[in-house]
Design a binder for this molecule. Structure first.
Ligand code: HEC
Ligand code: HEC
Length: 381
């Protein structure tokens, strides 16, 4: 049952995925920005995954790692954490992966009209060696519904409309008027994740309506800055392959939607179509709104019984499939009459981090430089 419905979702989304890469780049909001660097222009030994920007290339690595349940260094040489150049060296697993990349391309081309219906995940499902024999324990255990994989149908009879779910959300946050009065905020808090080896470090967030947002994670040696300036987005961090990594495609859409969710009244207008679904997260009922735009992966918003947003699920498209990012929001508190989540957990194929706010100041002036293209990250001397 579970297996069947998952297949359907993959099949259905596959159809939507035709030529997303090309179109996403054409429609890229970063019109005034210089053309982002392609993976093969930066890296030395890219033979197959060519013609995609660096951030998208890194998403393909996240996709492969997730699909095989591996870490970066399992496939690359053990010293690759020393420098980016070392990732160029070939290993047996890398060579096999290249063959697999070609195999998957051919499978999709020959059988599924070139849509990305088969991905590394389809067979591997988190294992290096795909299972061959049906698993009786899985077949006879109670199916577990994953709210991230629910099929959202065009109309749920008897349920609320998308407009009603949005209206409840706005009411739960404090109402249209109070939301309209919130024009900017700055926040301080803590960040802890796999990338900090589970040590809490300071984080600052600056946001300005309608859709500018910057997050600065103050690492022990350097800051990581993620900014959406209303048009373009970047990550400036020493651990990235570029000191200023421009965000493209689904990553750009992702920082944009996160900026919009800082001032949620406008989110409804950001997607041309909304569908309503229902499921449960940790045994709590949730309403799901799925927003779609032409040539973009969908976004799922999950609302709890009180009407508040408890999860956002978004995707970035890559040539080898769709990569998910999930953000779980909690601990809503009032800031000048508007409810804001003070805690959220971001989960992506490459890590997980928890952000907790300790202090939020509403409607304070924010230095324009905070919300503009960040300076490239510099390695500490
Ligand atoms: C299952 C194997 C596998 C895993 C796991 C994996 N990679 Fe790769 N990686 C590859 C393959 C295959 C290529 C070459 C792709 C091509 O030729 O188009 C590659 C290429 C790269 C390159 C380009 C190197 C160069 O100079 O040519 C970088 C950088 C890289 N990977 C980083 C990562 C990171 C970071 C991770 C962890 C998030 C990771 N990889 C996980 C298989 C893997
Ligand atoms: C159609 C099913 C299928 C798909 C799709 C698939 N693989 Fe595989 N893969 C296999 C099988 C089967 C094996 C062989 C496992 C064994 O030797 O027992 C394998 C083996 C591998 C291995 C070598 C494992 C080892 O122990 O040496 C790597 C690495 C790998 N796959 C990477 C990938 C990557 C990366 C993708 C996506 C681009 C992918 N595979 C997509 C079926 C698949």
């Amino acid at each position: 049952m579970k297996f069947g419905s998952r297949q359907t979702i993959l099949g259905a989304t596959g159809i939507l995925m035709v030529c997303l890469v090309g179109v996403a780049m054409l429609s890229g909001q970063a019109a005034q920005e210089p053309k982002p660097q392609m993976a093969e222009e930066l890296f030395k030994n890219v033979q197959i995954l060519k013609g995609i920007p660096v951030d998208e290339f890194m998403d393909t690595m996240g996709m492969i790692s997730a699909a095989l349940g591996m870490n970066c260094l399992d496939c690359h040489t053990g010293d690759s954490d020393q420098s980016w150049e070392r990732f160029a060296a070939d290993t047996a697993l890398k060579r096999t992966s290249r063959r697999m990349l070609l195999m998957v391309n051919a499978l999709n081309k020959d059988n599924f009209a070139g849509t990305r219906s088969v991905t590394c995940w389809t067979c591997h499902r988190g294992d290096l060696r795909p299972k061959v024999v049906p698993n009786l324990a899985v077949q006879y255990s109670a199916p577990v519904e994953d709210p991230n994989e629910i099929d959202i149908l065009p109309a749920v009879s008897g349920g609320p409309s998308a407009d009603q779910v949005f209206d409840r959300y706005i009411q739960a946050l404090g109402g249209t008027q109070r939301l309209a009065n919130l024009k900017s905020f700055s926040a301080k808090g803590t960040y802890v994740g796999f990338d900090t080896h589970h040590t809490k470090i300071p984080v600052e967030i600056f946001a300005k309506a309608p859709n500018q947002r910057s997050m600065i994670v103050h690492g022990a040696f350097a800051d990581r800055v993620t900014t959406y300036d209303g048009r373009a987005g970047w990550v400036a961090a020493i651990e990235k392959p570029l000191p200023l990594l421009p965000l493209t495609g689904g990553n750009l859409d992702g920082v944009k939607i996160e900026a919009m969710l800082a001032f949620p009244a406008q989110v409804k207008q950001a997607f041309s179509q909304w569908r309503v679904g229902a499921s449960a997260i940790d045994d709590h009922e949730v309403r799901i709104l799925q927003g779609t735009n032409p040539r973009q992966p969908p976004i799922n918003l999950y609302f709890d019984e009180s009407g508040l947003l408890v999860r956002m699920l978004r995707f970035a498209d890559t040539p080898i499939g769709r990569v998910p990012t999930q953000i779980d929001y909690s601990d809503y508190r009032e800031v000048s009459g508007v409810k804001m989540p003070f805690r959220w957990i971001s989960t992506w194929t490459d890590g997980q981090a928890t952000i907790e706010l300790t202090e939020v100041q509403a409607n304070v002036p924010i230095d324009a430089a905070r919300l503009a293209r960040p300076a490239p990250a510099r390695k500490p001397q």
